[in-house]
Write a protein that binds this ligand. Structure first.
Ligand SMILES: NC(=O)c1ccc[n+]([C@@H]2O[C@H](COP(=O)([O-])OP(=O)(O)OC[C@H]3O[C@@H](n4cnc5c(N)ncnc54)[C@H](OP(=O)(O)O)[C@@H]3O)[C@@H](O)[C@H]2O)c1
Length: 385
């Protein structure tokens, strides 16, 4: 039996992970579950899955969670430290399914224990990829990607002979606004932006998919996960979301991973690794497939992609600033403070005002993250005034 902890168990990744685990209950047991505010769902999951430990990020909800779990043999913790503690508990696999930079400290904590960490939570890899990978190497830990594109690359990437790899190609569905004009996108509502054509995901990543910032974040994520220079990472729009990414080798061979658009596939890959497990749900049927299309992304309508490449060229500080600014801008869009196209405009304005710095320690990273969020808030406030 593999002992699994799920950070962010009440979210889209967390619920899909639970689905996979419950499809093979004899193979997995749950150590820890965490959430931020959804105390009802967390308590229900903890009882149903017989978890040993739960942590709620919002400390004001500790009493509520404790009351819901009264009489159960489940340790209850709260706050950022409670979640970090959950990440440290003995486990064979820690699933990092928190959204945003809030997942950085728990990921570092799990890696410091030498654990296998299955990461969906891409923002810490974007903002602090060098530190995360260095922590993994120092503690002999292992990161397994859950993001579908990176799981795809991981499955076809010859890590023993990287000199034979010409490039990796990340595929992008193009999101709900693939064929929209700039003018139409300027008036897009949060409801339209989160209505992804192929994937059902949390609100933040759904907006990132609509701006295609998600692909920009993934380019940076791939740079750190696979130790590749940015020149070897390309993006192609593939609206059907069948090919989840590919690796092109110097001899002209291209290896691609394909599957239905269902996050349970990459989650199961990480959970069962190095083996494979049966996954519930639909499967690819080539017999009924009509077309697989690939095209260059339109970088005029989706400027987040070139912005990410520029940030990678500038260095880790710029990747961090891009991520922090994007988290604040997306929240502001979802709360109707700024328009859709202002998300990437705001990120660009923040990057223009951020000066280069050498980030080494976690403290330096958290300080720049906090300063960038304040700068972004002030730029948005001046726009709204
Ligand atoms: N969803 C997908 O299909 C998918 C695919 C690829 C990659 N990813 C990546 O996976 C991550 C999770 O995405 P998601 O779509 O699952 O997000 P989500 O549905 O919004 O779930 C986020 C989870 O994180 C918790 N959380 C939020 N803020 C927190 C904080 N400050 N401290 C501690 N916990 C916090 C939430 O708790 P509450 O429920 O209590 O708020 C929830 O459990 C993101 O980085 C995303 O980019 C997602």
């Amino acid at each position: 039996m593999k002992k699994v902890s799920i950070l962010g168990s009440t979210g889209s990744i967390g619920r899909n992970a639970i689905d996979v685990i419950l499809s093979m209950p004899e193979a997995f047991s749950i150590q820890a579950l965490t959430a931020n505010n959804d105390v009802a769902a967390l308590a229900e999951q903890a009882i149903r899955l017989d978890a040993k430990y739960v942590a709620i990020g919002n400390p004001e909800l500790y009493g509520d969670l404790k009351a819901r779990l009264a009489g159960k043999d489940i340790d209850v913790y709260c706050g950022e430290e409670g979640i970090v503690q959950a990440a440290r508990l003995e486990a064979d696999c820690v699933i990092a399914g928190i959204v945003g930079m809030a997942g950085l400290k728990p990921i570092i904590a799990a890696l410091e224990q030498g654990k296998v960490v299955a990461i969906a939570n891409k923002e810490p890899l974007v903002a602090a990829g060098a530190l995360v990978m260095e922590t993994m190497h120092r503690h002999n830990a292992r990161i397994l990607p859950i993001d579908s594109e990176h799981s795809a690359i991981f499955q076809v990437f010859d890590a023993r002979h990287p000199e034979g790899i010409l490039r990796v190609v990340l595929t992008a569905s193009g999101g709900p606004f693939l064929h929209w004009t700039m003018m139409d996108m300027a008036g897009a509502t949060p409801e339209q932006a989160v209505a992804h054509p192929n994937w059902k995901m949390g609100r933040k990543i759904s907006v990132d998919s609509a701006t295609m910032m998600n692909k920009g974040l993934e380019v940076i994520e791939a740079r750190y996960l696979f130790d590749l220079p940015r020149e070897k990472i390309d993006v192609l729009v593939h609206p059907q979301s069948v090919v989840h990414s590919m690796v092109e080798y110097i001899d002209g061979s291209v290896l691609a991973q394909m599957a239905v658009a269902d996050m349970r596939v990459p989650i199961s890959h990480a959970l069962a690794w190095p083996r494979r497990m049966k996954v519930p749900g639909a499967r690819l049927r080539f017999e009924t497939m009509q077309n697989l299309n690939f095209m260059q992304p339109d970088i005029d309508r989706f400027p987040a992609i070139p912005l990410a490449y520029e940030a990678l060229k500038a260095g880790q500080y710029a990747c961090l600033a891009m991520n922090a600014a994007n988290e604040i801008a997306v929240q502001s869009f979802l709360s109707h403070r700024i328009g859709f196209t202002q998300i990437v405009e705001t990120v660009k304005a923040v990057l223009d005002k951020t000066s280069a710095q050498n980030l080494k320690s976690l403290e330096e990273i958290l300080k720049l993250d906090s300063d960038t969020r304040k700068l972004t808030e002030s730029i948005i406030a001046s726009k709204c005034a």
